[in-house]
Design a binder for this molecule. Sequence first.
Ligand code: SF4
Length: 355
Amino acid sequence: MIHKYKLNGYNLCLDVHSGAVHVLDDITYDVLDYCDESMTAEAPETMLKDLSDRYERDELLEAYAALYELYEMGQLFSPDDYEQFADLMTKAPVKSMCINISHDCNLRCEYCFAAKGDFGQGRCLMSFDTAKKAIDFIIAHSGTRHNLEVDFFGGEPLMNFDVVKQTVEYARSIEQKYNKRFRFTITTNGLLLDDEKIDFINREMHNCVLSLDGRKEVNDKLRVTPNGKGCYDIIVPKYQKLVAQRGDKDYYIRGTFTTYSKDFTADVLHMKELGFEQLSIEPVVSDPKLPYSIKEADLPMVFREYERLAKTLIEMRQRGEYFNFFHFMIDLDQGPCAIKRLRGCGCGNEDGQPQ
Ligand code: SF4
């Protein structure tokens, strides 16, 4: 399978299964339309005929031969090597777990994926007994895997901070016995952060995800407290303190854009101005009938905005200014594992090989 497209003046072709990315000249890009998984060394007559009004026959043959060489090298229309392992996955060991430690939240974000924090099930917090059973479960089902990932999620996990602490302490206490190493992640809306929680997160959490939608007016339009006030002024100084004390441990600021903020490059740049360097912003996932949803008609602008953000990022890096946009992190040498590891995907794989 390939994906071919034009961007920023380049003709690009991504060979999906090998991960190879090719930059093509115009003629090769056009010839590619006549190639598929069953291509042979002989150039198709239809291609030679169809393109004869634009290119010389020798040029067409040369372009086709170059593509065929890529095909032979397994870098074009390459087979899906992972398909053969699909059945094995059902019996694969459990390597990561998301613990919904809090079915409650102290914000009432308009676009909340969790029905304003309680998932429509009533507000409640997980007991330590249940969290302990979750840790026992992942150990029992993790086979020979050494690194295990546990993500504290909600609602707002810090509303159940004591149980988070107890759970981490319990997991650490049995690591040696079972020859496991836990890597914890927490996602927070920031409201309850204080010095004690910042210390704990920076000590125990391998990664932390800090929710912020960018500019104050954008964030405060939808991320509001139960009394309807925006949370920007409360959370930003707390995030700045946490990140300043975090050293080289992973974190990222995670935002959501909606139909109201399709110019989200401005939000990413605002996060950067606040002093954050690890940034992410994603489209809201919601019923298209809701007023803040991204509609079909919004897509051309959203696509243009991603390109604008990419150009901005490149220009800033050329000037020596750095920030990292999470969704542009494609490691062309190591494949998706290297990316997911930063996200705390649970791969826990030190050498980038699938496990
Ligand atoms: S902080 Fe998260 S869980 Fe809480 S209301 Fe906002 S989106 Fe929902």
